[in-house]
Design a binder for this molecule. Structure first.
Ligand code: FMN
Length: 265
């Protein structure tokens, strides 16, 4: 169904919880509370404050303990997962267009059999992939959208320099200044809303995680470093791509590039 047809459907109330939450969770240059909670400083400066995070939160007691069976030979996927790490910045070398293509083909594009590398509730695919390309050998710098069916990138008629855009948009300048390309996941919420109602907002965010993880793993396997980035000024991205920020909006992003010498495994 055409997005324009979905947009004209009358079933989203004026005071919608999902739309309100999406707006409340946005980052802006002048409102940073949603990114810096009351204990942000303590967590950043006291590693011991993190002790205890990540343990199961249910208070139901243990009946008996079962240590996991020791791993035998590492599998290829297991090796990729074990070696994965988020980097804080990238090296000066460029990424090849072939490497970028492989990541997109493996994860976001439809295969000849009509499948994609990341799952989608109801196969409704609410996320589109846009890229800021700054340092890819064989592909001009610019802002691109991915056509997942044709498996091609379309350079958009946007005059903004992608590196300047990233610097103005990301909270983490090292990532903005050194990435080879940066992927933004853009949600068209109505595509899933039409089937799943309020639960669709969750699904869309979960799917951004699936897609990002798939790209991170594919990149890792090709020796490309990455960092998931939630620290971006939402409106900068939405404005660049002429999205209304309500029915269509950026939800997540990942920076990719070559490993710095000290980050290399
Ligand atoms: C949802 C999400 C958002 C993140 N946003 C940022 C970010 O904006 N900037 C950044 O430097 N790292 C970001 N990270 C990376 C985390 O800091 C990193 O995953 C964490 O330190 C654990 O390290 P590891 O990924 O190497 O295991 C993000 C990770 C996730 C899952």
């Amino acid at each position: 169904m055409e997005d324009s047809l979905l947009k004209s459907l009358p079933w989203i109330p004026a005071d919608d919880p999902a739309e309100n939450y999406h707006a409340a969770a946005k980052l802006s240059p002048w409102v940073s509370e949603s990114f810096s909670g009351p204990y942000a400083f303590e967590l950043a400066n006291d590693p011991e404050a993190l002790a205890g995070f990540g343990v199961p939160s249910s208070i139901v007691g243990s009946a008996e303990r079962h240590p996991l069976a020791p791993a035998t030979e590492p599998t290829p996927v297991g090796t990729v997962l074990r070696d994965r790490q988020s980097v804080t910045g990238f090296g000066p070398s460029q990424v090849d267009f072939g490497q970028l293509s492989r990541i997109l083909l493996d994860t976001a594009c439809t295969s000849p059999a009509g499948r994609r590398g990341a799952p989608s509730a109801g196969a409704l695919y609410p996320l589109d992939v846009y890229l800021c390309v700054c340092g890819v050998r064989g592909l001009a710098s610019g802002i691109y959208s991915l056509d997942p069916f044709a498996a091609e990138l379309n350079r958009l008629r946007i005059g903004k320099d992608p590196r300047t855009f990233l610097s103005e948009t990301l909270l983490f300048q090292d990532l903005a200044e050194s990435s080879a390309f940066h992927v933004f996941f853009i949600a068209s919420f109505a595509r899933q809303r039409i089937k799943y109602g309020q639960r669709s907002y969750r699904f869309t965010l979960l799917e951004a995680g699936h897609l990002a993880q798939a790209m991170i793993m594919s990149a890792q396997e090709s020796g490309i470093a990455s960092c998931p980035v939630g620290g971006f000024i939402d409106q900068e991205v939405d404005d660049l791509l002429c999205l209304d920020g309500v029915e269509q909006s950026v939800v997540y992003s990942v920076a990719f590039g070559t490993a710095r010498r000290r980050d290399a495994a």
